[in-house]
Design a binder for this molecule. Structure first.
Ligand SMILES: Cc1cc2nc3c(=O)[nH]c(=O)nc-3n(C[C@H](O)[C@H](O)[C@H](O)COP(=O)(O)OP(=O)(O)OC[C@H]3O[C@@H](n4cnc5c(N)ncnc54)[C@H](O)[C@@H]3O)c2cc1C
Length: 399
């Protein structure tokens, strides 16, 4: 066994993967985590038999990091069809990649939500990305997703009816200002393979990572206040010495005299409702393509055969509404635009720090750039891009 003392701050997906690699190298790491469990932004609450993920997120089995660190079969993913069911007053229907998904071939080709030339361009984009590696995507020109879509020749019609609402839900911003590298990355993933949510909720992912750890000590409910060159100070003022410190979260609050700006974040509200009816019978994401609505996307947690229908709804737009006002407006929009009748609100999560807002995204932080100071190293999605893939790969970059 290596006898160096290594302390990790943060038991999110990135900190856990860093710890897995440290154990493999013979260390016995110590993790300090401010919350009561592993997972960070990947958490599920289990209440009254319901599985409430804190924010709608899905896992692509095609993430290279997933294939390295997770046993996909054990997660029992509940897959979504590619594409989405679009709701707009007067028009609605399924839209997706007609070249890949036979189930939505005809509905996409005949949908009035896009021009025929847009449908051909979706196939052209899919084919052009098929042989592009993720590294090539992240080395390509950095422009906004909106500029990319326009220069690719997509019409305003398909941009407003599909790309804007769909990618607002993925990027958690409505203007498609996010780098086109993230667009190409996620379009490639989502158009090639179905993505899904683990049967036991998204928390099953960090739980599976944590189960791989055998030599690690966890300190939960323990907030780290600051990081010095060879020690950390906890919120209760205890100092813990360490040979090496890994910060697997944003650094700005922890290390003094850092020149980098505080991390900017994108937020989302996730509401769970018990509803009376189903308006989509396939496992598909519903999108609201009205410009002024707050509701961005929704999906049913329950199967059609189950007695109670549970809906997860995401609101991406920034707002200053109280929880009651937001629930009321959401309920009205779901009825007016999608004909969904709400019985009651079950849960509401406000997630102010959901995805890091990063202008110059990269695929994975190079091994040589993880060192902040002699004994302090960095991990986390904040170094690259807001995804489970980047979180895991950056945990691995420390080697
Ligand atoms: C609503 C939402 C939707 C998303 N959708 C997707 C998706 O569909 N697909 C996808 O791939 N990714 C998605 N993501 C992104 C993905 O969840 C993140 O990229 C990933 O979880 C980041 O992991 P991390 O370990 O880098 O950071 P975090 O999960 O933030 O982990 C950091 C950990 O450090 C702890 N910590 C922070 N400060 C301290 C301190 N001072 N002391 C002790 N502990 C501390 C935190 O409590 C946390 O546990 C989504 C995220 C959210 C929130």
């Amino acid at each position: 066994m290596e006898n160096k003392k290594i302390v990790i701050i943060g038991a999110g997906v990135s900190g856990l993967v860093a710890t897995i690699n440290l154990e493999k190298a013979g260390y016995e790491p110590i993790i300090y985590e401010q919350k009561d469990r592993v997972g960070g932004r990947v958490q599920t609450d289990y209440i009254d038999g319901y599985t409430f993920d804190k924010g709608f997120q899905i896992l692509s089995p095609n993430y290279p990091a997933v294939q390295k660190y997770l046993d996909i079969d054990l997660l029992h993913l509940k897959y979504f069809f590619t594409g989405a069911f679009v709701f707009k007053k007067g028009e609605q229907g399924k839209l997706g990649n007609p070249a890949k998904d036979f189930d939505i071939l005809f509905s996409t080709l005949f949908s009035k939500l896009a021009n025929f030339s847009d449908k051909l361009k979706i196939i052209k984009l899919y084919r052009s990305l098929k042989y592009k590696t993720f590294e090539e995507i992240f080395n390509s020109k950095n422009q906004t997703t909106l500029d990319f879509l326009k220069s690719f020749g997509f019409s305003d019609k398909v941009i407003n009816n599909f790309f804007k609402p769909f990618y607002a839900g993925v990027f958690l911003e409505e203007n498609l200002d996010t780098s086109s590298r993230m667009f190409e990355f996620t379009f490639k993933l989502f158009s090639e393979t179905k993505a899904g949510i683990p049967e036991k909720g998204i928390q099953a992912i960090p739980n599976q990572l944590a189960n791989q750890l055998k030599q690690t000590t966890f300190h939960f409910n323990t907030k780290v206040k600051s990081v010095e060159d060879n020690a950390i100070t906890l919120a209760n003022h205890t100092q813990v010495e360490a040979d090496f410190i890994i910060i697997a979260t944003e650094t700005s609050d922890l290390v003094s005299n850092l020149k980098n700006q505080p991390q900017e974040w994108k937020s989302v509200d996730n509401l769970y409702f018990e509803v009376e009816n189903r308006v989509i019978n396939l496992p598909m994401i519903g999108l609201v393509a009205e410009e002024n609505t707050l509701v961005n996307n929704f999906h049913y947690l329950s199967l059609a055969s189950e007695p109670k229908q549970i809906l997860s709804v995401s609101v991406v737009k920034n707002h200053n509404l109280s929880n009651e006002e937001l629930a009321k407006i959401t309920q009205k929009e779901l009825l007016d635009v999608c004909d969904i009748k709400i019985n009651k609100l079950l849960k509401h999560y406000k997630i102010p720090k959901a995805l890091p807002n990063i202008a110059d995204v990269n695929y994975q932080i190079p091994h040589t750039e993880t060192k902040l100071k002699d004994r302090i190293f960095l991990a986390g999605d904040v170094l690259s891009n807001g995804s489970l893939n980047a979180a895991m790969l950056n945990g691995e970059s420390l080697r």
